[in-house]
Design a protein around this ligand. Structure first.
Ligand SMILES: [Zn+2]
Length: 301
């Protein structure tokens, strides 16, 4: 049995207490959730496929529930089973709510990402510890009012889950950065050179299109969330081999990345992601030793 968020389900206004539970078989509960990213559409072989109904609509795909090292794991490809959901059209609320409904308390979000710094190389993993939101128009809260509820988000990621992810990656021989700021852009387009140079000059390490609001919605449900960014390419403003955060560097820049290159790179590396996930899940202590479940604060009355 896993620990649960204090007070059970969050007091989301207008959503019945048992919303989404309908139709979930007993053997489909899980304690750990894993999101699949671009090029990562399946995780486990022996699974129960569960279609979860949520008050926010359908999640990106049926959820595959199975076991890793005796732990119950729910896998959900955030872009859908055939990559039919582009980043700004993903139903993030339904995805997080569906995992929550199955009993998930910890979520790992592997994702494809670009590097904004020369020392963060393609093939590296970055366990992010900070996030900058540059998206717009995405449904990014379960608290729609009328009573306001402002959730603390100073530290967006679970320290315990993130530390373990970085430790297991390093132990597995992966070149991993145990911290990094991800700037989340709206997409689906990639950045202009000016945008990329600006992000880089801020000292941010990673650029991605899906971490927000995925990571934030986990927080609103009291779930732990860790991001494992697989670097697929240098963003357009980065000079490989150059120095960090030096806008005065010459502007001999890398060629803009293409979607096909990102997908191909991630697919070629998906086994490394899968191996790390197996290792991480096996290493997770049964009980959470963090404050993520309390971070939502007192619910609105
Ligand atoms: Zn946590």
């Amino acid at each position: 049995m896993t620990d649960s968020a204090p007070g059970g389900r969050p007091g989301v206004r207008g959503v019945p207490e048992n919303a989404g539970v309908r139709g979930v078989p007993e053997n489909a509960t899980a304690e750990i959730g894993v999101f699949g990213g671009s090029g990562f559409y399946s995780f486990l072989d022996d699974v129960t496929r569960v279609e979860v109904d949520t008050p926010f609509g359908a999640p990106s795909a049926p959820i595959a529930v199975g076991e890793v090292a005796g732990r119950r794991v729910a896998f959900l490809p955030r872009h859908g089973a055939r990559h039919e959901w582009v980043p700004h059209r993903i139903n993030y609320r339904a995805n997080l709510w569906a995992l929550y409904t199955l009993g998930v308390t910890r979520v790992v979000g592997p994702c494809a990402a670009g590097s904004l710094q020369p020392d963060v190389r393609p093939g590296d993993f970055v366990v992010c510890d900070q996030l900058v939101d540059r998206t717009w128009g995405r449904a990014d809260t379960f608290y729609e009012g009328p009573v306001p509820h402002h959730v603390s988000y100073a530290d967006p990621y679970c320290p315990e889950l993130s530390r373990l992810a970085a430790e297991r990656a390093a132990a597995g021989g992966i070149r991993v950065h145990d911290r990094g700021t991800v700037v989340v852009v709206q997409g689906p387009r990639f950045s202009t050179r000016a945008e990329s140079l600006w992000y880089r000059a801020q000292g941010w390490e990673v650029i991605n299109m899906t971490q927000y609001p995925e990571a934030y919605l986990a927080r609103e449900l009291g779930l732990c969330y860790a991001a494992i960014a697989l670097i697929t390419d240098y963003d357009t403003g980065v000079v490989p081999g150059g120095s960090r955060v030096s806008p005065e560097d010459d502007l001999e820049q890398v060629q803009p990345v293409t979607q096909a290159e990102v997908f191909e790179f991630f697919s070629a590396n998906v086994d490394r992601v899968r191996t790390l996930l197996f290792d991480l899940i096996a290493a997770l202590p049964p009980k959470r030793d963090c404050t993520c479940s309390e971070a939502i604060g007192p619910l609105p009355g």
